[in-house]
Design a protein around this ligand. Structure first.
Ligand code: NAD
Ligand code: UD1
Length: 335
């Protein structure tokens, strides 16, 4: 089976390409290197000892897609390519809507033209907005997104539903990721540092490695066990494996399906800091500051539908996530 992976050199994409190659899939990657670098190609080859096709192209570019689908008999596509920085999306909504939406539309157009009818789409827990209830099940209300990034995911889910109605043979699985962290145990691939991080885990590792002075914890007065925000952190390798399970099942499904990919366990900001310090034997100085606008108190999944339908569940625990996140950044800084 030949799989096209868009954004396959990025954080989640690169880990998924590793799992695909390890499982003997043929893989073709398209990535324009907007948020990744060409060195990841060799790192994936080193980890797996396998070859794969790579096109340095933009998924929005119809001609590039035509070339890829003409040169390869693609059976399924995993669509990771997109922009993902929440704050930047508020400042550059046109850029975000254009890239995330046009890439998906053009991809679907070329897939259907070439008879490639299986698509796995990277969605996000952000589509649930302020969740209706906890833990979040797939039938919880979606909407109430507070930024163009989140809204682009919601719009794409709706677009895909409409495309499936018009093309009943087109199979789509939207995977709604909770909070991916961690890295491959080799330390060769992971979330590459890019400016001052907005997300918690990249910030913690940079404080621990001495690149940043102190972690600001955004509020300790939420209605949570210790007052700090609670999230469902999931190891990126577990997340990557979820895509392989979805690939195995997708042709059995009709229409469009949605699955939460999370562990089902919520940890607070302080839980993470303490676990990181314990596992890695380093200090993470922190101070409590004001709440971050737009943040919610708690967000964690009920992942049981993915277990029932896809036979997938997360295997790694918090300690492995802490260990692998730090291992990657130490190796990255050392190179
Ligand atoms: P990433 O930025 O590390 O990877 C995205 C990759 O896509 C990058 O390599 C980038 O160069 C490439 N890309 C972007 N636009 C492109 C285009 N038009 N053409 C070709 N390549 C393009 O992001 P990630 O963390 O690996 O996320 C992958 C997907 O998962 C994204 O769609 C993201 O929105 C979604 N997601 C991520 C998270 C998260 O916390 N990381 C959570 C939920 C959903
Ligand atoms: C962020 C995105 C969300 C995306 C998700 C996936 C925002 C507003 N939302 O959500 O769209 O789907 O990542 O990974 O960016 N925190 C601190 N100090 C920090 C950073 C974070 O205390 O320096 C806290 C936050 O208040 C929150 C928790 O850590 O309680 C997790 O934050 P973050 O990693 O940014 O993830 P999300 O807020 O879940």
């Amino acid at each position: 089976m030949k799989v096209l992976v868009t954004g396959g050199l990025g954080y989640i994409g690169s880990h998924t390409v590793v799992e695909l190659l390890n499982d003997n899939y043929e893989v073709v990657v398209i990535d324009n290197l907007y948020n990744s670098n060409i060195g990841v190609v060799d790192k994936i080859k080193t980890i797996t000892g396998k070859e794969f096709g790579f096109y340095q192209e933009d998924v929005c570019n119809l001609e590039a897609l035509e070339k890829i689908f003409s040169e390869n008999k693609i059976d399924a596509v995993i669509h990771f390519a997109g922009y993902k920085a929440v704050g930047e999306s508020v400042k550059k909504p046109i850029m975000y809507y254009e890239n995330n939406i046009v890439s998906t539309l053009h991809l679907c157009q070329k897939m259907i033209e070439h008879g490639c009818m299986n698509l796995i789409f990277s969605s996000s827990a952000t589509v649930y907005g302020d969740p209706e209830r906890l833990p979040i099940t797939e039938d919880c209300r979606v909407g109430g997104t507070t930024n163009p990034y989140g809204t682009s995911k919601l719009m794409i889910e709706q677009m895909l539903k409409d495309i499936v109605v018009a093309n009943p043979d087109f199979h789509v699985i939207a995977l709604r990721y909770f909070n991916p962290i961690g890295a491959h145990t080799s330390g060769l691939i992971g979330e590459v540092p890019n400016g001052i991080p907005n997300n918690l885990m990249p910030y913690i590792v940079r404080v621990a490695s001495g690149e940043l002075e102190i972690l600001s914890i955004f509020g300790d007065d939420y209605d949570t066990p210790d007052g700090t925000g609670v999230r469902d952190y999931i190891h990126v390798v577990d997340l990557a494996k979820g895509h392989l399970k979805a690939l195995e099942k997708i042709t059995n499904f009709n229409g469009m399906h949605f699955y939460n990919l999370g562990t089902g366990v919520g940890y607070s900001v302080l839980d993470l800091v303490k676990a990181f310090e314990r596992v890695n034997g380093v200090k993470v100085p922190y101070k409590i500051v004001e709440r971050r606008p737009g943040d919610i108190a708690s967000c964690y999944s009920d992942p049981s539908l993915a277990y029932k339908d896809l036979d997938w569940k997360a295997e790694y625990g918090l300690d492995e996530m802490m260990r692998d996140s730090y291992n990657f950044i130490l190796k990255y800084n050392d190179k």
